[in-house]
Design a protein around this ligand. Structure first.
Ligand SMILES: *Cc1c(COP(=O)(O)O)cnc(C)c1O
Length: 440
């Protein structure tokens, strides 16, 4: 297979097409849109015949997306370095599997993409070794910050600044964020996640600030996070196909729609993926749209599944790009909301059957239960987005016993943690970023 060079265009169609490396570094397109590939490759399952591991599947799947870019020759090495994390497909009931995406260093699915992005950035930087240190600025509702911090921790030429809403992430998430030290700073912001995201967005669009402090982002709209996430869906779908199964439905706990969109994109590239079902918490923007209402982003509300507390899912713009017609879009994807009381009941019920899940995964488990109760017995994969031990303060009182902590998470929790307070004002953030940059 020889691949034509790939370019990336904005979902708002008002920015020049650029190459992969430039799109990775840019984050947002200059017209405010999100970068998407100018065309989609089309795969057959036989294209993956010699690919059994996640790095091998990723390297094959992403080749056309890297074609023509300076990183093309390093794709195999990037995948081998970044995606060396198990993503087991575990049978949990007849025709039902759990895709466990929580075996990375910070115990959430965001590790895959954060490590991939960091591996790309490090190589882009190697071409420009004289460049000043870059600050990776990231707003987090809990899990992104730790994954990005772990991926860039002690990488020469990078500093990570994390903004998180003080008191609104789980105690263990907060501890993780503050436990890295070295080139990672955790700033606990006196405000909500929306405030943190607004601060980060403003800084990343502030050309005067960026002339003083070279900034880059690693948030969920980054192309460098979207692309690698396709790989674990591809591998799971291929594993089911090789076992003789039909294309399974994937039920994905969803907030900003980054993870689920990767499944939808992989299906659009020809991977044997059946229905893609979005499971949300009580933030109903997506379920309301898919039930027929106009798309109406709104303020987020706090739930037990905090990493999905999103009222304005950024990646919806990419869904609209892929399916410009709303009727087509509603045929391609469905969405269901799950409230906190149901999350609790689901956690208890599944724990009673030996499956201890995190509150985010519980939304998808409940959607599965609803489908089964409605008589749908087709093959289904529930995506497990985080390890339950990250949410011990929610899970343990429900279950009445402790949950086992994976070793990587235990190691982080054993380190001292430190976070600086930050007022939720732009002036406070700019002052802090400039002071950190002077420290070198
Ligand atoms: C980030 C996150 C989600 C939501 O993923 P999106 O890509 O924002 O839809 C779900 N579960 C967990 C545990 C997360 O950290």
């Amino acid at each position: 297979m020889s691949d034509a060079p790939m370019t990336y265009v904005s979902t708002r169609a008002d920015a020049p097409a650029i190459g992969l490396g430039a799109a990775l570094v840019a984050g947002l397109a200059p017209d405010g849109g999100l970068y998407v590939p100018a065309s989609l490759p089309s795969f057959d399952v036989t294209d993956f015949d010699d690919c059994d591991t996640l790095p091998a599947v990723a390297a094959r799947l992403l080749r056309p997306f890297f074609a023509g870019d300076a990183l093309y020759g390093e794709l195999d090495a990037i995948c081998a370095e970044a995606l060396d994390i198990p993503s087991p497909l575990r049978a949990i009931a007849p025709d039902t599997w759990l895709l466990e995406l929580f075996h990375g260093p910070t115990a959430a699915f965001k590790d895959f993409a954060a490590r991939f992005l960091a591996a790309c950035f490090a190589r882009l930087r190697l071409r420009d070794a004289a460049a000043p240190a870059r600050t990776v600025l990231v707003a987090t509702s809990g899990d992104t910050g730790a994954a990005v911090a772990a991926a860039f921790h002690r990488r020469p030429g990078f500093r990570v600044v994390i903004l998180y809403p003080d008191g609104r992430v789980s105690p263990r998430q907060a501890h993780q964020l503050g436990a890295f030290g070295d080139n990672v700073r955790a700033l606990r912001v006196a405000g909500s996640f929306d405030d943190c995201q607004a601060l980060a967005k403003r800084a990343l669009a502030d050309e005067a600030l960026k002339a003083r402090v070279p900034l880059t982002s690693a948030n969920s709209i980054s192309l460098g996070r979207l692309l690698p996430q396709m790989a674990y869906y591809a591998l799971a779908a291929l594993q089911r196909r090789r076992a003789g199964g039909a294309p399974p439905a994937f039920i994905v706990p969803t907030g900003n729609l980054g993870n689920a969109f990767a499944a939808i994109l992989a299906r659009a590239c020809g991977l044997p993926i059946g229905a893609v079902v979005l499971a949300t918490n009580a933030n109903r923007t997506l379920p309301d749209f898919f039930a027929g209402a106009d798309y109406a982003p709104r303020a987020s509300i706090a739930t037990l599944a905090n990493a999905m507390d999103v009222g304005a899912p950024s990646n919806f713009e990419r869904l609209r790009w892929l399916y410009p017609d709303d009727a087509d879009l509603r045929r391609a994807v469905t969405a269901e909301a799950v409230d906190d009381a149901t999350i609790r009941a689901t956690l208890r019920a599944h724990a009673g059957r030996g499956l201890v899940a995190c509150p985010h995964t519980a939304t998808a488990l409940h959607v599965l239960d609803r489908r089964r109760a409605a008589g749908d017995h087709g093959d289904a994969v529930v995506v497990a987005t985080a390890h339950p031990a990250k949410f011990d303060t929610i899970i343990e009182p429900l279950l009445g016993h402790p949950v086992d902590t994976p070793p990587a998470l235990a190691a982080l929790l054993a380190r001292p943690a430190e976070a600086e307070p930050l007022a939720a004002t732009y002036e406070a953030l700019v002052a802090r970023l400039c002071a950190l940059d002077r420290e070198r």
